[in-house]
Design a protein around this ligand. Structure first.
Ligand code: WT7
Length: 656
């Protein structure tokens, strides 16, 4: 069995409005297709031109792609640049006083930083790093709250050619330790505490605990930003306050010019098994990916107020907070807090107050805001919005419709952006002025991205059939390797058995419909096999979420004597947790519902209810834990990356 069956049938189509298209960077489908055709006809010419036009080079490159030893491709290899120069200095002569960052703290207080101010802060901090003898090629771990300083820390590393590795502030000492150790970091940049949702979380103590675990002798300095001012342990021979470090430092710092391929950063991402992978990105190719996607997908306009809600601890926060928007000279919002504090209207209030035009968030946030305040957006003035975005998981068509109608007031296109930590920037996503949208589809690959769906032998599958999502040609923003483990990079992403090691294997299953639209069906590892039918998780989950009573759903397989696997669904209702007869009735209703929406084949054998689902700290549902629960086995997996461990107890027991 080489393909995966598609069962979802979504027929709604939303063409771009004339008003939106009129001002768009890609104003019609012909404009999009012309770029695609250029890439098709002259692949290297296309990317060479983009790199030429979009990056300020200290030394221009003369060759575009060096195939080297595939899959270790090099782009624009003999060129030299500095990424921080491209994000800051570039704007000093043209728009020094433009607001770069509107920062809203957890308590609602607002600070603004202009391009001139941000440049100065980055230079001073970069000089501070240099005074600690941190040099080009050194690795620096950043474990910071979501504030201007997090961006300053990253940009300052880029400025001196140090390789940053940001660890999300919610990770435990154990996870932090693993990453500091693997990266061989020479310094850690952190804060005394992090303040989110009115609560203080220790960061410095966690760093100390991580260091105590040993094997972190490489760390010479710990730089501590004073956020809360509360007492924290401080070791004066190793620790230094941020404000003391920058005190008296020059407000200019000549950027370190680096080769195009110089690593800009590593970012750890956990796979379903094994230790986290240090995904290593380049300087020029990565930067280029963020810039072209800002133009094509976010349709960047100079008067935009851009807001990507992702933390800088994730790739989304790297590409669409720290690098992409600044490279464009955009004004952007950075928010320290959480969507539900002081109430579930916080996001809408921020959009209203700062007149946000472009809002980019994750389906998990959207679904939880639906559950907590279905009609709340209408209480705010959201008329500044012109474009919405979604990232991180498939957005179920019902959540898409709510986002479109309630948040975008049926006026704003939604860009559903498919990409990964490894791809660095958007891969499959609509150009919103050009491409008619279908709820739940990320639409078409961007120009220069040769995405396809293939079977196990690497052969293209016909439209309507599901298979493995691959990218057939190398592209500039792809990760270069895994930190210290190039063998694992090759084996994981360019496996011999699919496409003879020539294709980038994303690890997702997907299908193309008759119009060539891409639909992501879930991770390959999560595919179910029911009576010989291979089904992705996404479609069954979307069918469940389409029921008006359901807020969220996740399905997994459980071995079944006759059918191979049977489907177990974990469901969160919009109302409270059903018990007793109410639960039984609900199970019957949802099973009937799925049978009607998709067909009897997809009917869950078992349904369990919870007040939430087990999620990673980036909001992804952890299906491997649900599989263990579905099989009524003890959980022995590492759950340190789990946001809400308490929820496992609730989901343990079958409803009946
Ligand atoms: C995986 C990558 C991309 C930045 C945030 C997550 C899933 C991501 C979508 C989307 C369907 C999506 C995929 C992908 N995913 N965006 N628009 N539609 N699925 O980065 O943690 O590296 O995760 O997230 O499964 O492979 P990541």
């Amino acid at each position: 069995m080489s393909t995966i069956e598609t069962v979802l049938n979504e027929t709604r189509v939303f063409p771009p409005s004339t008003e939106f298209a009129k001002h768009a960077n890609l104003p019609n489908i012909a404009a999009y297709k012309t770029l695609c055709a250029q890439a098709e006809d002259d692949y290297l010419g296309f990317w060479g031109k983009q790199a030429d036009e979009n990056i300020l080079w200290h030394k221009p490159f003369t060759h575009v792609l060096d195939e080297g030893t595939p899959p270790f491709f090099k782009w624009f290899d003999d060129g030299e640049l500095n990424v921080s120069y491209n994000c800051l200095d570039k704007h000093l002569s043209t728009q020094p006083d433009k607001t770069a960052i509107i920062f809203e703290a957890d308590d609602g207080s607002v600070t603004r930083s202009s391009y001139r101010d941000l440049h100065q802060r980055v230079c001073q901090f970069a000089n501070g790093l240099k005074s600690l003898n941190i040099k080009k090629g050194d690795c620096v771990v950043i474990y910071m709250p979501m504030r201007i300083e997090a961006v300053v820390a990253m940009q300052a590393c880029a400025r001196i050619g140090a390789i940053h590795s940001v660890v999300f502030g919610g990770f435990s000492a154990k996870s932090l330790h693993e990453r500091i150790h693997d990266a061989g970091a020479v310094a850690v940049i952190t804060a005394d505490e992090q303040v989110r949702g009115g609560k203080n979380n220790p960061l410095k103590i966690t760093v100390d605990n991580a260091i105590k675990m040993g094997g972190t002798e490489s760390v010479r300095s710990i730089i501590v930003y004073q956020r809360s001012g509360n007492d924290v342990p401080f070791n004066p021979t190793r620790d230094i306050w941020w404000h003391e470090l920058v005190n008296g430092k020059a407000s200019d710092c000549e950027p370190e010019w680096v080769d195009a391929e110089h690593p800009l950063f590593t970012l750890y991402t956990s796979g379903s098994t094994g230790k986290p992978k240090g995904v290593q990105h380049s300087s020029a190719g990565y930067l280029l990916g963020t810039i072209v996607s800002m133009k094509w997908v976010f349709d960047y306009q100079s008067d935009d107020v851009f807001w990507c809600t992702a933390d800088v601890g994730w790739i989304t926060g790297h590409s669409y907070v720290t690098y992409g928007p600044l490279a464009m000279g955009a004004t952007q919002v950075i928010f320290e807090g959480i969507p539900t504090y002081p109430d579930a209207g916080r996001f809408w209030k921020i959009i209203q107050n700062h007149k946000v035009t472009t809002f980019y968030t994750a389906p998990t946030a959207i679904r939880s805001l639906i559950k907590l305040g279905h009609d709340l957006p209408s209480k705010y003035d959201l008329s500044s919005l012109r474009l919405l975005g979604s990232v991180g998981e498939p957005i179920n068509p019902e959540a898409w419709m709510w986002y479109y109608q309630k948040v975008g007031q049926s006026r704003c296109p939604i860009v559903d952006t498919w990409w990964q930590t490894e791809t660095g920037s958007h891969m499959i996503a609509p150009a919103p002025g050009a491409v008619p949208l279908k709820p739940g589809s990320c639409t078409f690959p961007l120009p220069g991205i040769f995405a396809a769906i293939v079977d196990e032998a690497g052969q293209d599958v016909e439209n309507g059939k599901g298979g493995f999502l691959v990218i057939k040609r190398p592209f500039p923003s792809l990760a270069r390797t895994l930190w210290g483990d190039s063998e694992r990079f090759k084996k994981t992403y360019f496996p011999e058995d699919v496409g003879q090691g020539k294709y980038y294997l994303a690890g997702d299953s997907a299908n193309c419909d008759a119009d060539g639209y891409f639909w992501i069906m879930g991770r390959i590892d999560d595919v179910l096999n029911v009576s010989g039918h291979r089904l992705g998780t996404m479609e069954i989950e979307s069918a469940l979420v389409a029921n008006p009573l359901v807020a969220e759903a996740a399905v997994v397989g459980k071995p079944h004597e006759v059918n191979g696997e049977s489907i177990v669904a974990f469901v969160v209702l919009k109302d409270e947790l059903p018990v007793g007869d109410a639960a039984t009735t609900m199970v019957d209703e949802l099973r009937r519902w799925v049978a009607k929406e998709i067909g009897p084949i997809a009917k869950p054998e078992e349904i369990r209810f919870g007040e939430n689902l087990p999620k990673t700290r980036s909001g992804k549902i952890m299906r491997r834990l649900l599989r263990t629960l579905a099989n009524n086995e003890e959980i022995t997996q590492d759950i340190s990356t789990l946001e809400n461990p308490a929820i496992l107890e609730q989901l343990k027991l079958p409803t009946r």
